[in-house]
Write a protein that binds this ligand. Sequence first.
Ligand code: NAD
Length: 503
Amino acid sequence: MSTTTTLTTIHHFINGAETTGEGDRTQPVYNPATGQVAAELRLANEADLNTTVAAARKAADSWGDISLAKRTAVLFKFRELVAAHVDELAELITAEHGKVLSDAKGEIGRGLEVIEFACGIPQLLKGDYSDQVSTGIDVFSFREPLGVVAGITPFNFPVMVPLWMAPMAIATGNAFILKPSERDPSAPMLLAKLWKQAGLPDGVFQVLHGGKETVDGLLTHPDVDGISFVGSTPIAQYVHETATKQGKRVQALGGAKNHAIVMPDADLDNAADHLAAAAFGSAGERCMAISVAVAVGDAADLIVKKVEERALAIKVKNGTEPDADMGPVITPASKERIVKIVTEAETAGAAMVVDGRDLVVPGHEEGFWVGPTVIDHVSTEMTAYTEEIFGPVLVVVRVEDLEAGIKLINSNPYGNGTAIFTSSGANARKFQRSVTVGMVGINVPLPVPVAYHSFGGWKNSLFGDKHIYGPEGVSFYTRGKVITSRWPEPTHVSGASYNFPSN
Ligand code: NAD
């Protein structure tokens, strides 16, 4: 007996409803743990893009005018709904991304923090007032929404990264169009439904699926006022250049090569625990993953041994298994690329400490697996050092002292996150003051800022001026207006003055 399975189709969410759209192209969405196609995704065409932007434009006009009290009520409700759907969202993330369920819940938790911060929008939008700046004249300033903003997001955080953007954009009075990654689009669709359930008017949050064509459409559409992008560096740079040329406000967060310095004075067991977690958690597919351990002096042999022990103990399984520590990588192409880079390092003379290239997970032979991999004696010319691997690979570069470690980090073109493991306050302070990286951890390997600080790297990890979420998010999604006002007394007799106004 033959069984036929019908593939689920993932639609767009336009103007308050799920819709097939007019574009007739589709793309498969995989379950990376099984290697099977799980759904087909509708891709937008130009007509879909125009419909979405028109709905956003219309919605922005009324949403930007609605009272702060009403906006806040929707945000509070949305917060409750997301919290109530953590399990469902996590299952969708794991099914399409592959990360383990507990990690998926972790990313939703970080997204919730941003919604909670956005719930305080009345306080965040309070303006400034200067009384009597000149005789009878007052000046006040406040911030207004940009209008229509689009968010283009990567595969590795299908809930958290959209939530870095949308709650801030919506709280500040904008309409938001999400163009999520084509690889794991189901969780963002559930977010759209939760926004609607929370009472958000139609058109204020929409989801449009597509690839380069759709992104280009958003970057050049005259009715899109701002672009938030998170993804790889070449695309971030392209998005920044293309959209700024169109006069749009742009923040484009790119890739990373995050180094962690391990000093001989560090608690090496603690450092090894954190290094392993930061390198192999989520299969290394985090923009804040530690991918380079910079082992200083005598720390090197000891830390390599300790990380090796931890890497060998990691349980790599389907992320739905309760005891899984790490899941698969996102695509066969990603696996192939990771394996190629590891092999190049081996050929160039690096030492393979743990080799995850040939990992097979029983019962899931078709999945996209790479096991934890540790490579020692890596030099700065090897692709394992120069490329962002975005897989479960930790490379170890050995240096003589802290100064050499800082020099190495500062010479790297990326500047997203970095960390130092040390028990010396003096070392930590020297590091935090001299390193040219946006987010710095002291005995904290993944220094992702809480929602009331902003998130952003330096150098090739961010193009644009503003970091994402937090106070800089408020500033990014709004523009300032300054009012200078005079209310002459009815009895006042004035004559024209042709000089530049003075006090
Ligand atoms: P990606 O750059 O391939 O894709 C990101 C988005 O851009 C997707 O929505 C995709 O559809 C779109 N896109 C892809 N190619 C495009 C093109 N040629 N023109 C226009 N749009 C295009 O990134 P990814 O593989 O989905 O995500 C992984 C990358 O994201 C890594 O480099 C990682 O470091 C980075 N990342 C950075 C941060 C950060 O905060 N700096 C956070 C998460 C991920």
